[in-house]
Design a binder for this molecule. Sequence first.
Ligand SMILES: [Zn+2]
Length: 127
Amino acid sequence: MVGICEYCGQAVECGDCAAPDEVAWEFCDCRDARHRQRLQAQIDEALEHLEEIFGERAEEYNHLPPVQHASLYELLRCAVAEVGTGHAASVSVGIPGGGTAVIRAGSKGEIRVSRRMSRVVTAEASI
Ligand SMILES: [Zn+2]
């Protein structure tokens, strides 16, 4: 299939895909398409980290419970994409019983995914 790159308008061969115009940028080597390919590679890597910290693999990697609701996990995936494309500088989401998800752009433009757990130990003695 041949798709039209949305950045430069070139026709590019993009294999056997259902929506060639939507994915043509993945196969084009113009400057803007290459920039987007790099951003997408970074987003994909951050999504791997998200899965290790909040997803199905969280227990195995951190001994922390995975996010319970698929819709909330989807929100975190969207946050990674928004930070990765520069639409948001940071997003933080409170996870009920599971700390706070913080997704932000680092100083070199990298996507940082972290889970902040606050552990407070309090003891009271009264007379
Ligand atoms: Zn292009």
